[in-house]
Ligand binder design. Structure first.
Ligand code: ADP
Length: 488
């Protein structure tokens, strides 16, 4: 099959979170199975250029219609981990993708609407006819809309569109002016069964457009698929999803074991696996040295997270303080987009300054993330909602025991050491329900207690997590099955 992904992110060159990992991981697995795969991305100024091989200008004069003018673009091509990526580079006064960040600009809706139009313009002008276009989240929700409303008529007749929802917390609700800008007719599209936002019918909801117009819609875990149709987690799109239930399903994400594997990881001091678990101790010592933590017989409780309301910010802080009070060491690696959240965590860091058992790193640091997974004993994920969550799956591969709230993909992947109905060999962490300090303590105290009092059982839990197969093999099969059904 010939599959074109259109995405705002692809790890490691453009990654803000799990979306980047998804596109990279699925693309690589599909390539390994002999399919033809390419990814179209914006050419951000913040791309990690060192990770792109053979970057070259392939298309010099792509003129994209936008808001009563034609914007001049180049399209560059390069390989990212063997994946062919196309980078759309507009030379416009708005400098859409030269903003020093992937997201967070006041005109994000316009930037990504332009990207959708440019991606389709590129496909049609270069004569491509993929079997499948796979697009993601609100940023590329206009791709299926533009395809069926406009580009089919311009000759892009072959592709079908699969649309994946990674996070309903961001739907791209914006002014209808964006439709004019990409050449769509708001009078035709701003209806309850098309793009008007359910809560504010005068605004356009780009994610809803993707759901309505795609041939098939997926989300990133079965539990989240249920939550967003049947609970407030749908954030206003519950009814839309229910009315499209016949073309909607949840597929649990995988993780890329070439990137996330303690036996192969170039970023860590000592490689290890289930059969060589003592190697993990050296990584713990190395992590302590790097972060200035003292050597002590204490479990290391870690957080690796975007610092966003979705992640349960109060409980993250409470959990780390509670861990310190229970005699653990605490490490956080987190980055906040919101200046108020950043300031709150800087205060928290200041309060813990000088504590030899605590280190808070307020940054985005891929290499340190690897080292934390390799060195930590317990990882804390008290999310308010969590569509899939890769952190717990990565952590388990590195022998870290997750303590998580029972939501979304966390509920599909972490099974409580004491209370799960699974056999012991399938239990791999600790789970709590209530979004309260007491809820979190009820799970974290059990994990810490086991580390101190029953190290042999703690080791078994680590091993249970390390043995689970969360590779892309199974999810890629599900996606291929979905793609094939869409083509049938
Ligand atoms: P989300 O997509 O909501 O951010 P996921 O758990 O699906 O959450 O994916 C998070 C990914 O981002 C993981 O690969 C994790 O290691 C990585 N990550 C999160 N925060 C940081 C950070 N501050 N530095 C480095 N990597 C991070």
């Amino acid at each position: 099959m010939y599959i074109t992904m259109v995405s705002a992110e692809c790890a490691p060159v453009a990654k803000a979170g799990g979306l980047g990992d998804f596109v990279h991981g699925l693309a690589r697995e599909l390539l390994a199975r002999g399919h033809e795969v390419e990814v179209i991305l914006p050419k951000y100024d913040v791309l990690r250029y060192g990770q792109i091989e053979g970057l070259r200008k392939e298309v010099r004069d792509l003129w994209v219609p936008f808001h009563a003018e034609w914007l001049h673009c180049d399209v560059e091509c390069g390989e990212v981990d063997g994946i062919r990526c196309w980078f759309v580079d507009p030379h416009s006064p708005q400098s859409f993708f030269a903003r020093g960040a992937i997201y967070g600009e006041p005109d994000d809706a316009v930037r990504f609407a332009f990207f959708c139009r440019a991606a389709l313009e590129f496909l049609v002008k270069s004569g491509r006819q993929p079997d499948l276009i796979h697009c993601h989240d609100w940023q590329t929700g206009l791709v299926p809309v533009l395809l069926w409303e406009m580009y089919q008529g311009l000759g892009l007749t072959h592709p079908r569109v699969c649309y994946t929802l990674h996070n309903l917390g961001y739907q791209g609700v914006t002014d209808i002016g964006v439709l004019h800008q990409v050449g769509l007719d708001p009078r035709r599209l701003m209806t309850p069964d098309r793009l008007s936002d359910p809560a504010n019918p005068r605004a356009v909801n780009l994610m809803k457009g993707g759901i309505v117009y795609a041939n098939f819609v997926t989300t990133v875990s079965p539990r989240y698929a249920w939550e967003i149709q049947d609970s407030a987690q749908g954030m206003g799109l519950q009814a839309v999803l229910r009315s499209h239930a016949g073309k909607f399903s949840g597929v649990l994400n995988g993780i890329d074991y070439a990137t996330w594997n303690p036996a192969l990881d170039r970023h860590i001091a000592q490689s290890y696996g289930p059969e060589s678990l003592p190697g993990k101790a050296r990584n713990k010592a190395e992590l302590r040295r790097r972060l200035g933590l003292r050597e002590a017989a204490k479990p290391l409780v870690a957080v690796v997270s975007r610092l966003d309301g979705q992640k349960g910010l109060d409980l993250l802080r409470h959990g780390l303080s509670y861990a310190l009070a229970q005699g653990c060491q605490a490490v956080l690696l987190g980055s906040a987009q919101d200046p108020a959240v950043d300031a709150a965590f800087r205060r928290f860091k200041h309060e813990n300054e000088g504590n030899p058992d605590c280190h808070l790193e307020l940054a985005y640091d891929e290499e340190l993330a690897h080292q934390i997974y390799a060195g930590a004993d317990i990882i804390l994920i008290p999310s308010v909602y969590e569509p899939c969550g890769l952190t717990q799956m990565i952590a388990m591969k590195y022998g870290v025991v997750p303590v998580v709230r029972r939501v979304g993909g966390l509920a599909d992947t972490v099974f409580d050491a004491n209370f799960s109905d699974k056999p012991f060999g399938e239990r791999n962490g600790y789970v709590f329900d209530h979004l309260t300090p007491e809820g979190l303590e009820s799970a974290l105290s059990r994990a810490v207690g086991l580390w101190f009092q029953h190290p042999e059982y703690f080791r078994e839990l680590r091993l249970n997590g390390m043995r689970v197969d969360y590779s892309w093999a199974r999810p890629a099969e599900r996606y291929l099955d979905i793609y094939q059904r869409m083509r049938a």
